[in-house]
Ligand binder design. Structure first.
Ligand code: SF4
Ligand code: SF4
Length: 216
């Protein structure tokens, strides 16, 4: 009758010999284990071996320099504005050389917040920030994960760890950057800003700004 549960004792089905020996289950388990073992024999054994990622892989950033070693960055803040993770911090300063107006006194990227989207590279009008194929970013503290200019600047004459990754496409054959992003030092006007100021050839920078004493 419906609604009545039969709670009578039931005799369990008899196990077959194979089930009593657990053999089929042991063999099924071994098949999975050996399958993983064989697949791992052909795997990349990091860190001795490394995967060769795409030439446009988005890894650690690099700040490009001009031929005279100065940063190509002009502290325009466009990368900071474009960054969806808000992990770029820039403080602009007046460049000591008259040829360059501004430069980043501080340029920090918080690698723990960065999502490696490459928007900063796309936004840069000066070809000043590229990405490399270096993905070995491990830290023991949050402070270590904040990369400043010392860690981001491209060291002239030294190979770039991992090689270049995501970077702008240039027009034409793709190898020549636009002239306003070129690496050559800006000419003319290669003087020292302070010297020109002392000679009265330059106005004093923001004389009314708080904390900046006006010079005669
Ligand atoms: S890669 Fe993306 S998230 Fe990282 S600093 Fe550049 S814009 Fe920001
Ligand atoms: S967009 Fe380029 S030039 Fe402007 S602050 Fe960023 S890195 Fe420097």
């Amino acid at each position: 009758m419906s609604g009545i549960v039969d709670v009578g004792v039931r005799t369990p089905q008899k196990l077959t010999l194979a089930q009593r020996l657990y053999l089929p289950e042991i063999l099924a388990g071994m098949r999975v284990t050996i399958g993983h073992l064989l697949r791992n024999l052909s795997a990349i054994l990091y860190p001795e071996q490394k995967r060769d990622y795409s030439g446009r892989f988005r890894g650690k950033h690099i700040l490009k320099t001009r031929e005279d070693g100065t940063l190509k960055c002009v502290a325009c803040y466009m990368c900071q504005q474009a960054c969806p993770a808000e992990c770029i911090t820039i403080v602009a300063g007046e460049h000591p050389k008259i040829a360059y107006e501004k430069y980043p006194v501080v340029f920090d990227i918080d690698m723990l917040r960065c999502v490696f989207c490459g928007f900063c590279v796309d936004a840069c009008p000066k070809d000043a920030i590229w990405m490399t194929r270096d993905y070995e970013l491990a830290f023991f503290s949050r402070e270590e994960a904040i990369f400043g200019i010392d860690k981001l600047i491209e060291k002239q004459g030294l190979p770039v760890k991992g090689g270049y990754g995501y970077r702008p496409y240039y027009p034409g054959d793709g190898t020549i950057p636009p002239t306003d992003a070129a690496a050559a030092p800006v000419q003319p006007g290669d003087g020292e800003r302070e010297t020109l100021r002392e000679k009265g050839l330059l106005p004093v920078f923001r004389p009314s700004a708080p904390g900046i004493a006006a010079k005669a």
